[in-house]
Design a protein around this ligand. Sequence first.
Ligand code: 5GP
Ligand code: ZN
Length: 112
Amino acid sequence: MDNCIFCKIVRGELPSKKAYEDEEVLAFHDIRPIAPVHLLLIPKAHVDSLAHCDGTHQAILGRMLLLAPRLAREHGLDGGFRTMINTGRDGGQEVFHLHLHVFGGGERIPKI
Ligand code: 5GP
Ligand code: ZN
């Protein structure tokens, strides 16, 4: 995906503050954090959104979810954290490369 900003981050064409990387997953700090810790976990292989995932994405989705508590712990979020996946225009998604928000720290996040 030539013009996808998260693919550009994966390829190193755009800078990011990396928190984790392996062959399939990249995690980096959100450029506009909404909490003291705000990470984005993405599959390196482009997929537009959660609504575009199918059975072939089962493993990567599992890897991303399981990585969340590990990175939260590593970033000091011992009291907990929130995960969020915005999906589609009406779900508030702005970057159409699947990403899992992991954020927390500071004040307790209001209940939704
Ligand atoms: P969405 O609204 O699509 O769920 O979330 C997109 C997120 O990506 C936003 O929180 C936004 O701040 C973040 N973001 C957008 N562009 C960049 C970028 O170039 N670098 C980083 N690190 N985060 C970005
Ligand atoms: Zn992409």
